[in-house]
Design a protein. Structure first.
Length: 90
């Protein structure tokens, strides 16, 4: 009896955590690992520049009369200047 309860508990626990390994909630499938060439998590010049580009993009994107195509091109130009053009593709 005790063994059956332990096996059932282990199977239930495995059933709860298995989908977390198999699926990603946003896309439904495991996302491929992207090659990161621009690390924006550090506090170096490149990261500070990239974060300023992103902050400006987000701040102006929330404007009611914003031209989103112009904002996207400005962000691409800013990210290219910082050396992180792949940030604009996110």
């Amino acid at each position: 009896m005790k063994m059956n309860v332990l096996v059932a508990a282990a199977l239930m626990f495995g059933g709860m955590i298995a989908p977390g390994f198999a699926f990603d909630g946003a896309t439904g499938l495991r996302s491929p690992v992207a090659k990161v060439t621009c690390d924006t998590r550090n506090e170096d010049e490149q990261a500070v520049c990239a974060s300023k580009c992103e902050d400006a993009f987000v701040r102006h994107k929330n404007d009611n009369m914003a031209d989103h195509s112009a904002l996207a091109s400005e962000r691409l130009a800013c990210d290219t200047k910082c050396g992180c053009p792949e940030n604009s593709k996110l």
